[in-house]
Design a protein around this ligand. Structure first.
Ligand code: RM4
Ligand code: MN
Length: 393
């Protein structure tokens, strides 16, 4: 294939300038598997230190200006103060993730629990999260429910859908004009027989019923093996119901590894549908978030690498020659159409991205810049004592 011409490179760089990727506070903290969480040196001990780490990621990559919070992991006395601290570190507070999966009361579910008292408690937490959004200025409330059943007959599948709808409605009605409810689905785990929001269809149906402020989150690790995720992206975008991504990489289940690490081609195919649907720019309203755990690899570099992986996939998606693709599709030339996509995917976009970073006044190699920055030595010293933050599992 021919190398992209100067005009194409400028167009791609311009689009990449507007890209925004949100990093998750919990990825800076200790997390891992249910078998073992391996602690690391320099890990944040509180939400402020997580936000500071998000700050260095943005400073070096230039495309990660917000950090998502998880409540109660990131509960603080004064959210306005945390938001101001974030501002001092060059970042803003992003989505608020509710957590109704770690309390003993939730053994049989949260919002779908057969006990109305437990349901009330869960809904109250969701409402509290909206109160927090009012204080942090966050637009998005992200909901993932671990609710489901382990055994046939354990509970009434249909009644649980009714309870879910009721809880979502009460939460939705509490949202301000500029706030959104983002509903995430996941095929299985921790429920192994029937999960209450197992797939995009279920999430979509609930969001449709709720109204325009409810949209679906695609966590890339939450599908059955072999699922065509880019199809879901295309479908939801067309329906105006795609709200956000939780990016990560998976091979088997909800592996939560670095996005684009095992299957960069899948990430490219997803980002191609985003570009095709004109949904890359922040005005399109899609939140591109990471949802990852870094158990054996150094956390901050892992997050930088993840951000770069998303950026690389996006650059390749932007390189797809739309005219050539449309012509090949129109003429039914299957091989030519496929070749257009593969040409873009096989382009080495690293020089282009290095140039973009230089244009933006950044180091062309954020991984190397982090290694040189001395940040890790500093946090390793500063954060020597105290209790490291974790996901509380
Ligand atoms: C869940 C889900 C949520 C995330 C938690 C930590 O599996 O992916 O998005 O908040 O994990
Ligand atoms: Mn997720």
């Amino acid at each position: 294939m021919t190398q992209p011409d100067a005009g194409t490179l400028e167009r791609v760089k311009l689009a990449l300038r507007s890209q925004r990727i949100e990093t998750p506070s919990w990825a800076y903290a200790n997390s891992g598997t249910r078998f073992k969480v391996f602690p690391q040196e320099g890990v944040p001990r509180n939400p402020y230190e997580k936000v500071a780490d998000a700050g260095i990621v943005h400073q070096l990559t230039g495309v990660a200006p917000t950090v998502a919070l998880h409540i109660p992991w990131d509960r603080v006395d004064d959210y306005a103060d945390l938001a101001a601290f974030a501002g001092d570190h060059g970042v803003g507070l992003g989505a608020i993730n509710a957590n109704v999966f770690q309390d003993n009361d939730y053994k049989l579910g949260s919002v779908t629990n057969p006990d109305p008292g437990v349901r009330r408690k869960a809904i109250d937490h969701l409402l509290e999260c909206v109160d927090i959004m009012d204080r942090t200025g966050s637009r998005d409330l992200k909901l993932w429910f671990s609710d489901g059943t382990n055994y046939p007959g354990q509970d009434d599948i249909r009644a649980r859908q009714d309870r879910l709808a009721t809880a979502l409605r009460e939460t939705y009605d509490r949202l301000g004009d500029d706030q959104r409810l983002l509903l995430e689905y996941k095929l299985f785990e921790p429920a192994f027989y029937a999960t209450d929001v197992p797939d995009w269809g279920t999430a979509y149906a609930h969001c449709l019923e709720l109204g325009p402020k409810a949209q679906v989150v695609i966590d890339t690790g939450h599908h059955a093996p072999g699922t065509n995720i880019e199809f879901i992206v295309a479908f939801l975008l067309r329906a105006g119901k795609l709200g956000a991504f939780d990016f990560n990489s998976r091979f088997y289940a909800d592996d939560d590894l670095m996005v684009g690490s095992a299957d960069p081609f899948q990430l490219f195919r997803i980002m191609y549908e985003i570009v095709r649907g004109d949904a890359l720019a922040p005005e399109a309203g899609i939140a591109f978030m990471l949802d990852q755990c870094h158990n054996i690899e150094a956390k901050i570099p892992a997050i930088i690498r993840s951000v770069l992986n998303v950026q690389e996939a996006t650059a390749k998606a932007l390189l797809v020659d739309a005219d050539a693709l449309a012509a090949a599709q129109r003429s039914g030339d299957v091989l030519a159409a496929n070749a257009v996509l593969m040409d873009a995917y096989n382009t080495d976009v690293r020089p282009l991205l290095a140039e973009l970073r230089t244009d933006l006044g950044l180091d062309p190699d954020p991984m190397a810049a982090y290694a040189r920055s001395g940040y890790f030595d500093r946090i390793r010293g500063e954060r020597a004592g105290g209790q490291q933050a974790g996901w509380g599992a």
